[in-house]
Write a protein that binds this ligand. Structure first.
Ligand SMILES: [Zn+2]
Length: 236
């Protein structure tokens, strides 16, 4: 985890500090090496959040973009308690998924966090099976004031793309992770570059459409620190 409770206050790890897990209150030790983001680990194996999964540098970098207040947020709903990876300033939950997932996990997370959640999947593990290419042909008109006038003059209604559709792409997914077809929340796939691939249609199948959304745009939209965008690109 990125944060522990040090003398009653949520704090990041530093070499000599001692902390407590904000969830299970057991002792945590700082891990402050040269290569990975500084973080905390439980000193002993304890039963912490049953949903807790081993964290990678990928998790830590994404969490860090949203800052101390907005990541590792403990939520209690309907008698259940869990730590959300990120709760944005707008109250949206972002769950970071690095490892394979099963249906039960997808459903339980979506039930607990509600429809107002987003999945970011680390796609680096299946990048070689996933190709994207621009949508063929143009069934849409390109907006210009002149064209708008022309259409009016000739009595037809132009068909424009909705905002954000200009970067729409098709994808082909070899050996798709079919379980994701059950996800109801929005899904973005992180292939390590400067974009997140937002799935519009066909998630979990071998063909579909999506759109490249720049990580910077995503971070701004969800209230993260855009100056940290480079830390979530090409994570080693
Ligand atoms: Zn714990």
């Amino acid at each position: 985890m990125l944060y522990a409770i040090v003398e009653g206050v949520k704090e990041s790890a530093s070499p000599t500090s001692k902390g407590q897990c904000p969830f299970c209150e057991s002792e945590m030790v700082p891990k402050c090496g040269d290569f990975k983001s500084w973080h905390w680990a439980h000193k002993r194996v304890v039963s912490c959040d049953a949903w807790y999964k081993p964290e990678t540098e990928w998790h830590r970098r994404w969490k860090n973009v949203f800052g101390i207040k907005n990541c590792e947020v403990i939520l209690i709903r309907a008698g259940q308690k869990h730590i959300a990876d990120i709760q944005t300033i707008h109250g949206r939950i972002i769950e970071l998924q690095n490892s394979p997932i099963n249906l039960e996990t997808i459903e339980s997370r979506e039930k607990f966090y509600g429809s107002n959640m987003i999945w970011i999947i680390n796609g680096i593990h299946f990048i070689e099976n996933f190709i994207t290419y621009p949508t063929q042909g143009t069934e849409f008109d390109t907006y210009t004031p002149e064209f708008e006038k022309f259409a009016k003059m000739h009595g037809f209604t132009p068909k424009y793309r909705m905002l954000g559709e200009e970067n729409r792409e098709r994808f082909k997914w070899k050996r798709p992770k079919q379980v994701w077809g059950h996800a109801k929340a929005q899904v973005y796939i992180d292939f390590g570059n400067e974009f997140l691939f937002f799935i519009i249609q066909g998630l979990g199948t071998s063909n579909g459409t999506g759109a490249n959304i720049s990580k910077k745009q995503f971070i701004i939209e969800h209230g993260g620190d855009e100056s940290l965008v480079s830390t979530v690109i090409n994570i080693k």
